[in-house]
Design a protein around this ligand. Structure first.
Ligand code: TPP
Length: 661
């Protein structure tokens, strides 16, 4: 294994192949412990080696779309000794991170950003009259994303030097869907392009052997053009070249967008990759190199289960099996969601499920299996997913958009302008609302309460357990306005599920535990959604210390249950809000706003995430501990409010409140 990218350039062809083997071994063994994006990385081993053989980071820039496939790049850029720490506390991040290495010029975690960001870099380089090579590496599914096309539309008239690498493995997380996927498939199976591929390959193989790091320059480009003109079936290839588009077939999307299309080539053929990249580097117009790769290449179990090994937890290296679930373990939230979707769709012909390329992550694949005609996968296209749902809603449907909280951020304007403004009954089921600990800041879903709370017309909910999730989904299908339900990653609470979900009263909180009137100081705990268990634990702790504790399950962040919130605020000596969300503008803020309006002067302790991007870590528990989302911190903050007051039991609440303030 090499220590830095410059070493890659010094390796002989057999040594490069050996390096590829070593990297695969490293990926398979290290990720078996903590999991990670194994399949995509096994697919880009040769491509990444070739990139480092031809280009020189940090001067040249690699922009990885999503960047879940940048592990090999990490291994080749001085991070091999820390690779075993990837996605763990204080370890390497699972995505590109500008703060992690000078070789990571652009951070990501969401799909479809690479081409635009790379074009911005190319424009900046041109402004500065620089000569850095800018290389964007994007997957076939990233190409289903609108932003990718917005960038493609803009490349040809912005710069002359730009290299896009289409890493085509036919898979998104699930099988890639839609017309783009079919188009790419046609491209690689059409006899004409197959022929082209062979000739391109032949041409590249004629390049001097031994010296893999070829310097092709203009002469080679001319030769290449000649070779391509010979093979293309285009009636007037010369005309095609002279109109400045280049390329080898007029039907190609890329050519029509002003990029020269190269390929498709075998993305596991190192010498071919290297010479193709050398060629791309020498081109004086934007190019797209279409590279065919196999997800999981070199590890059979990953090839056979591309979806599982896209992003996997720990696994047995021999069999690929994940550790068995503990008997009696609570079901995952996403599975309860998927099963409830089936139930709802069976009873109501106007309910459908929509996912933006996340059938397994959101659990919607359970609906796909049971009722495929009621299921839509629209590709990695969150804005489109929301608009598509809005359209269906205008026709009387109750579309359910199953989406991660973090990816819904993409659709914000569509939520306001299309769904809320028109008061359409679209239901948003926001999975991963809370932490995605091993993924980190790009994937935490910590902003949705804030960004939705200010939008008129909507109902926003958070269930305390999976049975309440089903109730909320059922309730949402009876609403004539947009609704949002947030729930976290991981196992639910393990409570029994009612056969028939019930309709909840909108904007009504649930009193879990009233004051006992034991003469202790009164504390009201508002535990939103998955924070209710922490509220219950805190109640035990506070009660043991003589406090009189009420516990409320708010259920709704919009509309807030003003009556219950006010009542239990006035009655308490201290109020505590708990939310798995940022404090800025979150649920606790809404309680403060209400108290300000109603002139409730009870002090409020807000437990939630601070105003910073929360890092990645092995576990949720670690991050909660570090950032103060703990029972101990809650109890300490409650007690701090009484620090200057003699701990006389039975002090009238009003008097206490005045003293504390
Ligand atoms: C905006 C957004 N939506 C969804 C995802 C989840 N996601 C991560 S990778 C991926 C598939 C990417 O497929 P592709 O671009 O073809 O790359 P590959 O994994 O096949 O290399 C998806 C849907 C995301 N990261 N960002």
């Amino acid at each position: 294994m090499v220590d830095e990218p410059a070493h890659v350039k010094k390796l002989t062809p057999p040594q490069l192949l050996q390096l590829a083997d070593e990297i695969r071994h490293e990926l398979i063994t290290k990720l078996s412990k903590n999991g990670g994006h194994l399949g995509p990385n096994l697919g880009v081993v040769e491509l990444t080696i070739a990139l480092h053989a031809v280009f020189s980071t940090p001067k040249d820039k690699f922009i990885w779309d999503v960047s879940h496939q940048s592990y090999v790049h990490k291994l080749l850029t001085g991070r091999k000794d820390r690779f075993h720490t990837i996605r763990t506390t204080n370890g390497l991040n699972g995505f590109s991170l500008r703060t992690e290495s000078v070789h990571d010029c652009y951070g990501a975690g969401h799909a479809g950003t690479a081409l635009s960001a790379a074009l911005g870099m190319a424009a900046a380089r041109d402004q500065l009259k620089g000569d850095a090579n800018i290389v964007a590496i994007f997957g076939d599914a990233a190409l289903t994303n609108g932003i990718s096309f917005e960038a493609l539309n803009n490349i040809g008239n912005t710069t002359k030097k730009f290299i896009g690498i289409l890493n085509d493995n036919e898979w998104s997380i699930a099988k890639n869907v839609g017309a783009i996927a079919s188009y790419l498939n046609k491209l690689i199976t059409h006899p004409r392009y197959n022929r082209l591929q062979k000739d391109f390959e032949k041409f590249m193989r004629r390049m001097p052997k031994g010296d893999i790091a070829l310097k092709l320059g203009h002469k080679a480009e001319e030769a290449f053009k000649g070779a391509m003109n010979e093979v293309t079936l285009q009636p007037n290839p010369v005309h095609m070249e002279s109109d400045g588009r280049g390329g080898y077939g007029s039907s190609l999307i890329f050519e029509e967008m002003g990029l020269r299309y190269l390929g498709p080539i075998d993305g596991h053929d190192l010498p071919l990759l290297i010479s193709s990249l050398e060629f791309a580097k020498a081109c004086e117009q934007p190019v797209v190199l279409h590279v065919l790769t196999k997800k999981g290449k070199g590890y059979d179990v990953a090839i056979q289960q591309p979806e599982k090994f896209h992003g996997t937890g720990p696994y047995d290296i021999q069999t690929g099996a994940s550790p068995a679930a503990k008997p009696g373990a609570a079901p995952a939230w996403q599975d309860v969601f998927g099963q409830t979707m089936v139930k709802l769709c069976q009873k109501d012909n106007f309910v459908v499920g929509i996912t933006a390329a996340m059938p397994s992550g959101t659990g919607l694949k359970i609906l796909e299996k049971a009722m495929p005609q009621r299921y839509y996968d629209v590709g990695i296209a969150e804005e489109h997913a929301v608009l598509f749902a809005a359209g269906m809603a205008t026709m009387g449907f109750h579309p359910v958009v199953a989406i991660y909280s973090t990816f819904l951020q993409r659709s914000y304007d569509c939520i306001i302008h299309d769904v809320a403004l028109q008061n359409l009954p679209v239901i948003f089921c926001m999975d991963r609302a809370g932490l995605s600990p091993q993924d980190g800041p790009t994937h935490h879903g910590l902003f949705d309460i804030s960004y939705l709370r200010c939008v008129p017309n909507i109902v926003a909910m958070a269930p305390k357990d999976e049975d309440e999730l089903a109730d909320m989904m059922f309730t949402a299908t009876h609403l004539n306005q947009p609704s949002f339900i947030r729930y976290p990653r991981g196992p639910a609470e393990g409570v029994p599920m009612k056969e028939q979900p019930k309709i909840l009263e909108i904007g009504k909180a649930e009193v879990i535990q009233n004051f006992s009137h034991n003469h202790g100081r009164k504390v009201t705990l508002f535990g939103l959604g998955n924070m209710l268990p922490m509220a219950r634990q805190a109640a035990v702790e506070l009660s043991a210390q003589g406090f009189d504790v009420a516990i409320i399950n708010p259920r709704f962040t919009k509309p807030l249950d003003a009556g219950t919130t006010e009542l239990f605020g006035r009655a308490a000596d201290v109020v505590v809000t708990l939310e798995d969300h940022v404090l800025s503008g979150g649920y606790g803020s809404s309680v403060l706003e209400l108290y300000s309006e109603k002139q409730v002067t009870t002090p409020v302790v807000r437990i939630g995430w601070p105003d910073k991007f929360i890092e990645h870590a092995t576990t949720v528990e670690y991050l909660r501990e570090k950032h103060g989302l703990t029972v101990a911190n809650l109890v300490a903050q409650v007690k701090a409010h009484f620090a200057e007051v003699p701990a006389t039991v039975g002090l009238p609440n009003r008097e206490l409140m005045v003293t504390v303030r």
